[in-house]
Write a protein that binds this ligand. Structure first.
Ligand code: ADP
Ligand code: MG
Length: 446
């Protein structure tokens, strides 16, 4: 709620303040509460708070009154956690996991890169995950332990993990939190093994209160890393420390993960993030556009929300394109401009392959008939292409695993899970198959 209000207020302020004033004073503010007709805004320093009170309070309250439909007031408070040295601004967000891995702690978040609770847009599809994420910050190691967040690409998993990391760090200090990707966990472990510094590696995770690991599916088929991770997991869990994990699928769908670890994950809270519904899509478009300072007419918001917001990542890509196109064309963003700017992409989207199309391409590639591919034959010349077809279906469609299994001759869900793992493994050692996959992908996505 507070977010929606603040986005609306900002949109109005943008229209009435000078752009540079808006950027300098309004953008860095964070709205934290909207209760009893009072909006609480946090500024990063006493000076900034003072300045906003002196120069912009009236404008903010005016806008707030319009948004709320009745007079309302604003209170500006100081939160030094928001303060960030200039040089640190605007690093690519994806670097967070790396930088943190090196220090074992969460580096200070930066405004441009911030993925916080405050700028996470909540809807039906992610409410449980959001609530659980807030809860583990409030009461780590108690109720939802581990918290296992899972779902498709761009649906806000990393955003939520960053928010947990940031909020936990703000409360308990950097030393209490370790936030890294599973890939970094593996890399660091391998480096430690090489240097015979396993003890030091393990030490790093002792004494922390919250362990946050992103993209845990990366541990699939990595025996040694899984053992080590399980070890760390158990030590922390026994000590009632909080563990948060994100994955692209549910524990029982994860290929190549040991059963012990799988059941450890499943024993906690499983919170999925689903594709956004129309209400959330509209809120996301409004929010992301406001963050970028883009003014979008209603029909554009509507169009982008319905056609270009399958997930947060797609939306951000599209807004970037619209912004660039509008700037280069020196035109405002209207519905016409949007159609023009996105025309080349519509084609690609329309051609997103179906299951049937993938099956057909794989048959063509391996000179098999569809009947052969979907038969019960276990001969490698048929079973490998069949598994590969499942793998490509998983990669290029959003179809559930049982639908993929059905398309490939009525196989069940666990057969598909097995196939995905088998292909991933095979790809690591079979260069010819990798080439084939590359060629198939090119054909599939044009
Ligand atoms: P995932 O890790 O699930 O693939 P990310 O967390 O990286 O997805 O999200 C992709 C982008 O979309 C990020 O920039 C993120 O901030 C944005 N995003 C996704 N969902 C939301 C949301 N509910 N509210 C705000 N931003 C979101
Ligand atoms: Mg992610």
């Amino acid at each position: 709620m507070v977010d929606t209000v603040w986005v609306e207020v900002q949109q109005r302020l943008r229209a009435c303040l000078l752009a540079k004033d808006f950027e300098a004073w309004i953008t860095p503010l964070r709205a934290t509460r909207w209760i009893d007709r009072e909006l609480v805004l946090e500024a990063s320093s006493g000076f900034a708070a003072e300045w906003v009170r002196e120069h912009h309070r009236e404008a903010i309250e005016q806008a707030l009154g319009e948004v709320a439909g009745a007079p309302a007031c604003v209170r500006v408070v100081v939160n030094r956690a928001l303060e960030v040295p200039r040089a640190e601004r605007r690093p690519p967000r994806r670097a967070t996991a790396e930088t943190t891995a090196a220090t074992g702690a969460v580096s200070r978040p930066t405004p441009a890169a911030r993925c916080t609770f405050a700028n996470f847009v909540v809807g039906d599809s992610n409410r449980v995950a959001y609530g659980a994420a807030c809860a583990v910050v409030e009461h780590p190691g108690t109720r939802f332990n581990p918290l296992f967040v899972y779902g498709g690409v761009g649906l806000g998993k990393t955003h939520l993990l960053s928010a947990i990391a940031e909020a936990s760090t703000a409360r308990r200090g950097a030393g209490a939190v370790a936030y890294l990707s599973a890939e970094n966990f593996v890399n660091e472990m391998i480096a430690a093994l090489r240097r015979r510094q396993m003890e030091r590696f393990r030490q790093r995770f002792r004494g922390i209160g919250t362990l946050i690991v992103d993209d845990i599916q990366f541990l699939g088929d990595k025996q040694r890393s899984q053992e080590e991770f399980t070890h760390t997991f158990n030590a922390l869990h026994d000590g009632r420390k909080q563990i948060v994990v994100a994955s692209d699928r549910a524990p029982h769908d994860l290929p190549g993960i040991d059963d012990t670890l799988r059941s450890r994950f499943a024993a906690g809270l499983l919170a999925d993030v689903k594709a956004p519904d129309p209400v959330l899509r509209r809120a996301l478009v409004a929010r992301k556009a406001a963050e970028k300072g883009l003014e979008l007419p209603d029909d554009v918001v509507e169009h982008v929300a319905s056609d270009w917001c399958a997930n947060g990542r797609e939306l951000e890509g599209v807004l970037l394109r619209l912004e660039a196109y509008a700037m280069l064309a020196e035109r405002a963003i209207t519905l016409d401009l949007v159609h023009e700017a996105l025309a080349p992409y519509v084609k690609v989207r329309a051609e997103r392959p179906t299951l049937a199309r993938i099956v057909a391409e794989v048959c063509r590639q391996f000179e098999l008939t569809q009947a052969e591919l979907t038969s019960s034959s276990r001969a490698a010349r048929v079973s490998v292409p069949r598994q590969l077809a499942m793998y490509l279906c998983r990669e290029h469609t959003d179809e559930p695993l049982n639908a993929i299994g059905a398309e490939l001759g009525g196989r069940d869900h666990s057969t598909v899970v097995h196939a995905l793992g088998a292909i991933e493994q095979r790809l690591q050692r079979d260069a010819a198959l990798r080439d084939t996959v590359t060629r198939l992908r090119q054909r599939l996505v044009g």
